[in-house]
Every structure is written in C-alpha cells, then in structure tokens.
Ligand binder design. Sequence first.
Ligand code: GLN
Length: 201
Amino acid sequence: TPRIGVLALQGAVAEHARALRAAGAEVSTVRRPSELEGLDGLIVPGGESTTMARLAAPVRLLESIRERHAEGMAMFGTCAGMILMADQILDAEALTGFERIGGLDVVVRRNGYGGQLESFVGPLQVAGLPGDDTTPFEAVFIRAPVIESLGTDVEVIASWQDRPVAVRQGRILAASFHPELTPDHRLHRYFVEITAEHKVS
Ligand code: GLN
C-alpha cells in the first residue's frame, strides 16, 4: 500500500485524505519536514498558494518537498498546489520572495479562470484514468490557474476549451481544478498508481 501525505497547512485537506483512502492509499497529513519521511507520494491541495507559501516558509517545508521529490516521492498538485509546483508563475507578485516547490515545466497564470464568482464545473475527458476513462470527470474550477504553456516532457491528460487543465510529467501530476470536491475518485486512483510505480520506501 503506497503511503501518501497531504500537505495540511491550509486548503482542501480532509477531502483529499478521504479520496486517497477510498483510492487505497495509507494517508497522513504533513505540516513539517519530518512528516515527509517514508512517504511515496504527496498531494499539495488547492486553497491559496500565497497563504501556503507563507505558512511553509518558517520550517522551509516547500524546499523539503522539492528535495524529497528529487529522491523519488511522487507529487500531485491541485489548483494552488499546481501553482506551487509550476516552474514559472505569471501574476505572482504576492509570491515574491517566497520559496516554491517547482519541478513542473509549465507556466501558469494565477486566477486565470477568474474570481470566486466565475467558479464553474466542466465535464472533462481525462486520458489514462484507471478503469473507466470514457465517463466525463466533473471538474470543479475555483479561482483556477490557467496553464499558459508547457515543456516537451509534460503530457496533457485533460483539456477544457482547448487549454490543458490536467498534466503529467513523470511522477508529477497536476490539475487546475479540485478533484477532491466530487465523489469521483478516478484521479486519486491514477495518482495512487503513479505513486506505486515509483514507490520509494
Ligand atoms: N487562486 C488561488 C491561488 O492563487 C488558487 C485557488 C484554488 O486553489 N482554488 O492560490
């Protein structure tokens, strides 16, 4: 059974933990670097990237995540989590001076899908989901980041209106939306599979 952590500084933590358990993982929460030990994977949830970066800074948690990822830990960034994993962020003034995780070869624009009132649900076709990959995935977008461009090693697994909204780069999975807010756990199962393929512990 893969051991997967959920970064628990802020944001949609309990929902991710529930979905991961349903997908067959052993789940723990992460608030400090020592809690990354022994993890095969980590979800960085949606919420507010600037708040998470601020809360992580005193214990240098995002640097520790980057190091553990380099050693083999898989990562899944959703919404704000994807922003923290992106190599480049547009509209990033509020993140200036804060460490991020990085590693995902994309350029993202924070709030590119608009503010809270422009939240929407988009039915997506997601490539490569375990089991049934023909039923649309109901993706919830809340102040979601737009993926403006991506590197050649980044595979697009879902698009919305011709723009990529879910991507995979090796053992990094990332989505602009909130897969934990719907009872469909296929993306979590997909991440559990990636994590098991790359199992480090
Ligand atoms: N716009 C938020 C940010 O910049 C992300 C929103 C979300 O995670 N739902 O962090």
